[in-house]
Design a protein. Structure first.
Length: 255
């Protein structure tokens, strides 16, 4: 049975992070993920995670300090900032026993022109962290984030193959992949060995994974069939009350 994680970057993000961890426990989540938890003390977070018997699966490196920043790991000339944020994420993940760090790539004009910078910063992350810590790169669609430098699976695989390191995997967000590629079943099956984490949301509106053009009950059954061993992250936006939205989503997958 596939396990579900709730992304606290989108769900219960209207309350302090430690309180959101209590909400996750209230709804019996054993796994959570988030974007940028750095306003909270890592020591307070790990104490709350232990108290609630929850594992934190993933956090992101910071987007950057400028208004247009959406990650720095492929931005030439800003390597020092990128590596400072990598160090921060490694420290936070190490204290909180977080499994993955998502290395946010950034926006620019050309993947090819930025590829070497990204490789340099990934190498820095791998070389300056414990071997129990893993890293993710995520293709993000250019409809929502114009100019994002890593926006398709082909480029993601170029980077993965550059390292051939089991600690570097793809974050396969079905919402982004459907918008850029389609063919979710084929792409999940084709890239399963390189996928570290899967996320879901409805397409086209990124709402609860109950509606839209993707049958997520089928996708979940496919993941079980192709022996996906990870957790599926609920990373979606909702206009509903957060509690009501999560109840509807969990009921959908139970039915």
């Amino acid at each position: 049975m596939i396990k579900l994680s709730v992304n606290l970057g989108f769900i219960w993000n209207n309350i302090p992070f430690l309180n959101a961890l209590d909400k996750a426990k209230e709804f019996n989540f054993k796994y959570i993920e988030t974007h940028w938890p750095y306003n909270s003390s890592a020591f307070e977070v790990i104490n709350k995670l232990k108290e609630n018997d929850i594992q934190m699966l993933s956090i992101n490196t910071r987007k950057g300090d400028l208004d247009n920043d959406f990650g720095l790991n492929a931005i030439k000339g800003r390597e020092n900032e990128a590596q400072k944020f990598i160090d921060e994420a490694i420290n936070f993940a190490s204290i909180t026993n977080t499994k993955f760090i998502h290395l946010m790539v950034g926006k620019g004009e050309s993947f090819e022109a930025s590829k070497n910078t990204l490789i340099k910063n990934i190498n820095y992350a791998l070389s300056n962290s414990d071997k129990s810590l893993n890293f993710l790169i995520e293709p993000i669609n250019t409809f929502d984030v114009p100019g994002y430098l890593l926006n398709n699976l082909d480029h993601a695989m170029e980077i993965i193959n550059e390292f051939d390191n089991s600690r570097l995997k793809i974050m396969f967000d079905c919402y982004h992949i459907q918008k850029m590629h389609g063919f979710l079943s084929e792409n999940l099956s084709k890239h399963m060995d390189q996928i570290g984490h899967v996320q879901i949301a409805a397409v086209p509106n990124r709402n609860e994974p109950l509606f839209g053009e993707i049958n997520y009950k089928y996708i979940i059954s496919l993941l079980e069939k192709i022996n996906y061993k990870g957790v599926v992250g609920l990373e979606y936006l909702t206009k509903d009350d957060f509690d009501e939205s999560i109840m509807k989503t969990l009921d959908y997958f139970k039915g």
